[in-house]
Design a protein around this ligand. Structure first.
Ligand code: ZN
Ligand code: ZN
Ligand code: ZN
Length: 366
């Protein structure tokens, strides 16, 4: 991993007047230290300070796992024994602090740890989400991160290419989903994050997962799948047809393709996240389908499946090169069918590059 992330985090802390970050297991910890820690009831905590003094506190029995990672040189590892209170180590890693320090707390740090830490630190300390600092770093991807996302995208495209062969009348969503999960791993992901197979009317529920419903001729099928590869996520949705398309489906899908294309066309440095959302939404509104597009157009992706920037009305964030996110408009007709087209994209100097390139029109099964 890139060695200068802790240094850049410290810079960002100084700019935002934050004294230290307290980060537990999760994406921020992995981003800053390279350590993919287990989320245990025993405390694991990174104390990263604005003055460039950084400590990783781990249970003694986890020390070998931590040190097996490629930790940055400027990170001191301290461990605590089974009978020792790790909060003392946190206080000493934070010391000396002024009377009213500002501390960034990992967004997903367990409350049990935070409450104990708050007890041990100055009563006039103030706390803010660590993402205030880390989002500024993590939203802009480094070349090695974009490379991982590209490889994850290519891997999930190879899985989608094999989905038509799995869709046969009589097979259940669950059976198809199990095969897809195997393929996600076989194509190089280390983990399956989600498998959505929404057949027929189930496709009208955007996050429908898997059921025992058997595929029938005349089903439209929404397949949204993702995993992680070297820690980075893939996430791609394609639409499939078992037999003939349902009445009205092809026209609506053509409009959805135009909506997704419009969002891809407008996305570029300086364009706001909400303008990208509006570009897709306008096409569907114009066709009278806006009421059936019931979610935002996209989400950032990286070490987390869903992260900043969110492509949604109200987000005035201007896009910048190296930001990565999904563009995934959908149309959901209750009791009939659903459809969604989702690509992960990376912002380039003058537009975007799609990291998913498979067929976006409905693909026939078989
Ligand atoms: Zn989703
Ligand atoms: Zn998705
Ligand atoms: Zn997505």
């Amino acid at each position: 991993m890139s060695p200068d992330r802790l240094r850049r985090a410290a810079e960002q802390m100084r700019a935002l007047d934050v004294d230290a970050l307290l980060i537990g297991p999760g994406a921020d910890l992995r981003y800053l230290s390279g350590y993919a820690a287990l989320p245990l009831e025993r405390m694991t905590l990174l104390v990263a300070r604005a003055d460039d003094i950084h400590t990783l506190i781990v249970p003694e029995l986890e020390r070998p796992r931590a040190e097996a990672m490629d930790l940055p040189d400027d990170l001191e590892v301290r461990d605590f024994a089974e009978t020792q209170d790790p909060v003392d180590l946190v206080a000493s890693a934070c010391a000396p602090l002024g009377p009213s320090p500002r501390l960034g707390v990992g967004d997903r740090l367990w409350a049990t740890f935070l409450l104990a830490i708050q007890h041990a630190l100055p009563t006039r300390a103030s706390y803010l989400p660590a993402s205030t600092v880390t989002r500024e770093l993590r939203m802009r991807k480094g070349p090695e991160e974009i490379d991982a996302l590209r490889r994850a995208g290519q891997a999930i495209d190879r899985v989608h290419a094999r989905v038509p062969g799995l869709l046969r009348p009589g097979r259940t969503e669950a059976a198809v989903g199990a095969d897809i999960a195997d393929l996600i791993l076989a194509e190089g992901h280390e983990q399956v994050s989600f498998v959505i197979v929404g057949s027929g009317p189930n496709g009208a529920s955007p996050h429908h997962e898997l059921s025992d419903r058997a595929l029938e001729p005349g089903d439209a099928v929404v397949v949204d799948i993702g995993g992680t590869l070297d820690g980075y996520g893939s996430d791609c949705t394609r639409d499939y047809l078992v037999g003939h398309a349902p009445l009205g489906y092809m026209d609506i899908h053509a409009t959805l393709e135009a909506a997704q294309q419009a969002a891809c066309d407008i996305a570029a440095p300086g364009v706001t996240a909400e303008a990208v959302d509006a570009a897709a939404r306008d096409v569907l509104d114009e066709a009278g389908l806006g009421g059936y597009f019931i979610h935002r157009t996209g989400h950032g992706i990286g070490l987390e499946e869903h992260e900043e920037p969110y492509i949604v009305a109200g987000n005035e964030l201007p896009l910048e090169p190296t930001m990565t996110f999904s563009i995934e408009p959908g149309v959901y007709l209750p009791d009939r069918f659903g459809m969604r087209i989702e690509d992960i994209v990376v912002v380039t100097h003058d537009g975007i590059e799609r990291l998913n390139t498979g067929e976006r029109r409905p693909v026939p099964a078989g």
